[in-house]
Design a binder for this molecule. Structure first.
Ligand SMILES: [Fe+2]
Length: 204
């Protein structure tokens, strides 16, 4: 029997398998995709309201995954690394992630984490870094991204954004939400990122 979790993992894998980029292909080839499920209860978050718009604007390669997430949003364990004390209530009300697999996700994986990030419109995720290297594939366009002290640059859905270990990065959404797929490898998979920027700095 195919469960909703199996469908989540399959849709996630399908998006990645369709990305023509050496870094992504390398990660995909090294991930053991027949992972065991980890029993987790559902946990909805306020940011899930942005999934409808994200599914609407997602291009064809991302539409099945975005639509599935919008339709089944209440079934999964959504998480947050930051609390109001870290980045304020407007951030916390518009941010969240779903770990599909990893050290704490719906599927057990000790070497790779993979998941989905949501950021609501007009939101700054300030400069932050972590030990794990990271690949992002935005599933919606229109968000500005930056690395280190470089300028923000707008990135389209389907682009591949790579952050080496401990490289600082930030995102600034525009009028639409960001839905993005991420992969982590090579560091503690449940690390809380170190935030060096502030919520009012670094605007695009
Ligand atoms: Fe990151």
């Amino acid at each position: 029997m195919t469960t909703k979790l199996d469908r989540l993992l399959a849709a996630f894998h399908t998006v990645l398998a369709g990305i023509d980029h050496a870094l992504v292909s390398d990660f995909v080839s090294r991930i053991r995709w027949n992972m065991d499920a980890r029993p987790l209860g559902a946990r909805p978050l306020a940011c899930l309201r942005h999934l409808d718009r994200a599914a609407e604007i997602a291009p064809s390669f991302a539409k099945p995954l975005a639509t599935f997430l919008a339709e089944e949003r209440g079934r999964f364990r959504w998480g947050q690394t930051y609390a109001e004390a870290d980045l304020g209530k407007p951030f916390v009300d518009n941010y969240g992630w779903l770990e599909v697999f990893g050290a704490r996700g719906h599927f057990i994986n000790d070497t790779f984490a993979g998941g989905i990030l949501i950021l609501g419109p007009n939101l700054l995720y300030p400069d932050h870094h972590h030990i794990a290297e990271e690949i992002y594939v935005p599933l919606t366009g229109g968000t500005c991204w930056r690395k280190e002290d470089k300028d923000f640059a707008i990135r389209q859905a389907g682009e591949v954004i790579y952050h080496a270990s401990n490289v600082s990065h930030a995102m600034q959404t525009g009028s639409d939400p960001l839905l993005a797929l991420y992969l982590w490898h090579g560091g503690p998979l449940d690390q809380k990122s170190s935030v060096t920027g502030t919520i009012s700095s670094g605007k695009a």
